[in-house]
Design a protein around this ligand. Sequence first.
Ligand code: ZN
Length: 283
Amino acid sequence: MRDLRQHREALALNTATLGHRSPIEEVIDRCAEAGFGAIAPWRRDLDGRRPADVAARLRDRGLVVTGYCRSTYFTHASESERRAAIDDNARALDEAAELGAVSFVLVVGGVPEGLRDITAARQQAIDGVGALLERARAAGVSLAIEPIHPMGAAARAVVNTLAQALDWCDVLDPERAGGLGVMVDAYHVWWDPALETGITRACRDGRVLGYHVSDWLRETRDLVTDRGMMGDGVIELRRIRGLLEDAGYTGPVEVEIFSATDWWVRPEREVLQTCMSRLLDVC
Ligand code: ZN
């Protein structure tokens, strides 16, 4: 396994971890000062800014962009809403390209209100991702399907295991022509008995576009915004990184913590320092 102390470029921060409290310019500066070499901004961070200006600051501070977060949901009750989502995601892809992002992170959407048909929702999501693929390839930004913990199947994403996400990749990109893969988020996949098989397959097929870390708190109070700091929960983070790296993964290890009542209310510098020390010590 890599010694992450020797790999600044692999130490990544997803800006959601700081709770979107400060302007992106300050976040970029603090992130670089804390020793990170990579960052994953959200669309809301760019609100009212030119992506080229943000990209210039990132370059200046020596930060690379891992993934741009995140897609509008592809799943909707009506055809016109589904088309609008694809258009919106196409605009986000252009922003991602201007930022120099490696990937555009896809949280595909849950079961649309009034539908009660997860099979149909899954097909909508596959069709939506497929509709973006050529544009992504042309933009030089890969589409990263993020499987979401099954508790999020209704409201957030109907792709729920690594194997399922990889099956979608095979359907949409049978030739493995590139531009499509998966985002492996430890928080969403740690519980899966087939995780090892999935990681081996994903790496073999060249599909792993990134790796997110946080921790699963034993007593979780909110399905989205109660993630733990690495080391405070039950996920075997060293083991999962070991599986990825044994299978050939050499990309970033990205901290992504949604924590409305804890880390989002602590001073940003404390959060960044803790993230860095836990990245190096427990991930
Ligand atoms: Zn994630």
